[in-house]
Design a protein around this ligand. Structure first.
Ligand SMILES: NC(=O)c1ccc[n+]([C@@H]2O[C@H](COP(=O)([O-])OP(=O)(O)OC[C@H]3O[C@@H](n4cnc5c(N)ncnc54)[C@H](O)[C@@H]3O)[C@@H](O)[C@H]2O)c1
Length: 279
């Protein structure tokens, strides 16, 4: 189905949200921002100052006519500033947050997992997982997150399965899902805040392409998933659903948006592939 950014169900009308992680048009967050905007939410975009400078997020902010506020997702002072500014600019407390943030220097520098640089690993964990903890902690402490706020973080199946070459990002994703569960429990009881992860199919974004076998992997999962891979636009639609009131009792979950890949070990398509290659 064609992704129509102008079609609207008004699913997020009256809601205010912060979207982390748009660096360029290939970012999953780019589609999420477009979908939230189409669903009538008021949003603020954010990314690190360097990503704003090197990427094209300001183009999207201009197109949508929304504010763009720089914040390093590992820096508590910058997160506090972002939350305060967002409340100010959007005219009220925050109803939803997309955490779409990840980075690994071990992957960028092609260091194998078993030879991991531990300082780089600390940064991987800080950027890709603890940043979710920091955002929620700051949100609770500054009382900038609304009662019933929905927070969604993007994860990947390698959080709980071995996947060759996914490197230290698999540890970061396992930690991210754990933080989402623990903070979901605490923030839910304190303020009715929901915290969920979406475990998304592979997407050829900047982060996605840093994984060397990306194209092969996407072809493999396309043939293994009964419904095929979920696109970033389909991820955006699921995010909108999770930000909406229709999912107000869904929390502390990892929801697989992967066409059924995670529940499948063999398909006819894959069998056909091997049959063809064994002739
Ligand atoms: N692409 C995939 O195949 C895939 C699959 C499943 C999950 N995910 C996850 O989706 C999320 C978004 O990734 P993407 O694929 O859209 O790639 P992307 O490269 O477009 O997004 C990653 C974002 O993280 C931001 N970021 C990195 N360090 C930061 C920091 N210190 N402060 C603030 N922002 C920072 C980057 O600027 C970038 O915008 C990530 O968590 C990624 O792991 C991606």
């Amino acid at each position: 189905m064609e992704f129509n950014t102008t079609e609207s169900h008004g699913l997020l009308a009256g809601k205010r949200g912060i979207v982390f992680g748009v660096v360029d048009e290939n970012s999953i967050a780019w589609s999420v921002a477009q979908r939230c905007f189409a669903e009538k939410a008021k949003i603020v975009l954010t990314n690190s100052a360097i990503a704003i400078r090197l990427g094209t997020v300001s183009k999207l902010a201009e197109e949508l006519g929304v504010d763009l506020i720089a914040a390093d997702a590992t820096n508590v002072e910058e997160i506090k500033h972002l939350l305060d500014e967002s409340v100010e600019k959007l005219g009220g407390k925050i109803d939803f947050v997309l955490h779409s943030v990840a980075m690994s220097q071990n992957i960028r520098r092609h260091i194998d997992y078993e030879e991991m640089n531990y300082n780089y690993f600390n940064t991987t964990a800080d950027v890709s997982a603890l940043s979710l903890h920091k955002i929620l902690r700051c949100g609770i402490e500054s009382d900038t997150l609304a009662e019933g706020c929905s927070v969604v973080a993007l994860s990947f199946i390698a959080a709980n399965r071995y996947m060759a070459n996914y490197n230290d990002m698999s540890d970061a994703k396992a930690l991210l899902e754990s933080v989402a569960r623990n903070m979901g429990g605490i923030c839910g009881a304190k303020k009715g805040i929901r915290v969920n992860c979406i475990s998304q199919s592979a997407v050829a974004s900047r982060a996605g392409k840093s994984f060397e076998q990306m194209d092969f992997f996407r072809e493999y999962t396309e043939n293994m998933a009964p419904l095929g891979n979920a696109s970033k636009e389909e991820c955006a639609e699921l995010c909108a659903m999770l930000f909406s009131d229709y999912t107000r009792k869904v929390t502390m979950q990892t929801i697989y948006n992967d066409g059924g890949f995670s529940q499948t070990i063999l398909t006819d398509k894959i069998m056909d592939f091997f049959r063809t290659h064994h002739k």
